[in-house]
Design a protein around this ligand. Structure first.
Ligand code: FAD
Length: 470
């Protein structure tokens, strides 16, 4: 459809929520247009989020392994070096290949792609400021807002993407900082801190809260923090940044205890601000339309993703729920299924969460703290990777599987894995929870030997009985 023709569905935003919704809508036979201002598709995730961070995590892990692990495996060489620009080029190649891939998928599925900034004129019309300076009107019976999120700024801390960077700047540094201070111990801060720590930066993480990654199971979190400390990451918890001075060569941060008290200074070459993300709806014209948002700017939607304005929907990071790419995708599919008159479904209790450090930490379902809070009697089964043959064979055995199951029925309530590739291992557990499996169901499922996955089976055994290998 040319811009101006009536569409069944118009999607504003081409991130994982928006582009997946657009493709699914087209597959359901709906005439669909997707509007994206960035110049490339894939949103935060592909351009400045999930994908470039995982590229750098992998490259930096290879360097770290070559330096610290290879000798144990009898692989020796001299003169190990980092070519940062080659590392960045490989990351950029991954990103551009994938974003172009989505353009290909749009063509294949006959989704019209309009580049430019979208603004509501009415509940069924969007004006687009196109990159050539012109404008177009795109009409649609149903309009989906998938405009995602942006970096949350901290009062008094101005991001210049050079000395004081957001995650976007931290993905594109041109030099390895000697000292990196990370403000915020969420998964983005820990992942980016890991990248630069592995490449040689001294990393200090300053966090206002008493804990890192607050959503994580407490016991796993403690072990995880110890792991990161072993990798020389330093933590200053219950600490707040109250001042920033960039007048000198580096950055001087003034910090004080979260509860108030004596101030001190912390020096850095680069400061990463990773204190969360906020929904992005700037310039969209929501007020004009009367679309309701909550206190923190998230668009309010009903069970079918419709806002209070009929025909206008919202999905992904711009609505409540975990700000994760796969959650945005699930929203997108379910939303267009509803639009097409079918049933859509997202189980928000079973969205897996992964921190892609080394080891990775992955979880699904409830933490032990959450299970306790429900008051239900439960059992815990644990199995350490130190007792897993594959982990020992590859000499990468730091980590644990922890399974929580209801005492009476043995139904699995939550699974938490810390290990290399935990982000892959977790999906067996996601499926188990999705199907309402018991821990005995997992334990009686044959797992190939020798694999890391056997640790999941043994933790399941430990939940209602005894594991074999410990
Ligand atoms: P977005 O991806 O933010 O896409 C929204 C798009 O809308 C943007 O491209 C924007 O340009 C466009 N847009 C906005 N307003 C307009 C407008 N008015 N007109 C036209 N276009 C507009 N999630 C994971 O699941 N796994 C990870 O490993 C992971 N790693 C991350 C690492 C980092 C450093 C960051 C920052 C995020 C990471 N995330 C990760 C989170 C993930 O990127 C987001 O949850 C996901 O991108 C949300 O998808 P979305 O489609 O809702 O929004």
């Amino acid at each position: 459809a040319a811009a101006g023709d009536e569409n069944d569905v118009v999607v504003i935003g081409g991130g994982p929520g928006g582009y997946v919704a657009a493709i699914k809508a087209a597959q359901l036979g709906l005439q669909t247009t997707c509007i994206e201002k960035r110049g490339t598709l894939g949103g935060t995730c592909l351009n400045v989020g999930c994908i470039p961070s995982k590229a750098l995590l992998h490259s930096s892990h290879m360097y770290h392994e070559a330096k610290h692990a290879f000798p144990h495996h009898g692989v020796q060489f001299s003169d190990l070096k980092i070519d940062l620009s080659a590392m960045m080029a490989q990351k950029d190649k991954a990103v551009s290949g994938l974003t172009r891939g989505i353009e290909g998928l749009f063509k294949k599925n006959k989704v019209t792609y309009v580049k430019g900034y979208g603004k509501f004129i009415s509940p069924s019309e969007v004006s687009v400021d196109t990159p050539d300076g012109g404008s177009a009107v795109v009409k649609g019976k149903h309009i989906i807002i998938a405009t995602g999120s942006d970096v949350k700024s901290l009062p008094g801390v101005t991001i210049d993407e050079k000395k004081i960077v957001s995650s976007t700047g931290a993905l594109a540094l041109t030099e390895i900082p000697k000292k990196l201070v990370v403000i915020g111990a969420g998964y983005i801060g820990l992942e980016m801190g890991s990248v630069w720590g592995r490449l040689g930066s001294e990393v200090t993480v300053v966090e206002f809260a008493p804990d890192i990654v607050p959503t994580m199971d407490g016991e796993v979190r403690k072990q995880f923090q110890r792991m990161l400390e072993k990798q020389k990451m330093k933590f200053m918890l219950k600490t707040k940044v109250v001042g920033v001075d960039t007048s000198g060569e580096g950055v001087k941060l003034t910090i004080e205890p979260a509860a108030g008290g004596e101030q001190s200074t912390l020096e850095a070459d680069v400061v990463l601000v990773s204190a969360g993300r906020v929904p992005f709806t700037d310039g969209l014209g929501l007020e004009k339309l009367g679309v309701e948002t909550d206190k923190i700017g998230r668009i309010t939607v009903d069970k079918k993703f419709m806002t209070n304005v009929s025909g206008v929907y919202a999905i992904g990071d711009v609505i409540p729920g975990p700000m994760l790419a796969h959650k945005a995708e699930e929203d997108g599919v379910a939303c267009v299924e509803f639009i097409a008159g079918k049933e859509g479904h997202v189980d928000y209790d079973l969205v897996p969460g992964v921190v892609y450090t080394h080891p990775e930490v992955a979880s699904v379902g409830k933490t032990e703290e959450q299970v306790k809070a429900t008051g239900v009697a439960y059992r815990v089964g644990k199995f350490p990777f130190m007792a897993n043959s594959r982990a020992k064979a590859i000499d990468d055995a730091d980590g644990i599987v922890k399974i929580l199951a209801e005492k009476e029925t043995d139904k699995v309530l939550g699974v938490h894995i810390m290990s290399p590739n935990a982000g892959e291992l977790i999906h067996e557990a996601v499926l188990a929870l999705q199907y309402g499996a018991s821990s005995e169901d997992i334990a009686r499922t044959c797992h190939a030997h020798p694999t890391m996955s056997e640790a999941v089976k043994e933790a399941a055994m430990a939940t209602y009985d005894k594991p074999i290998h410990i």
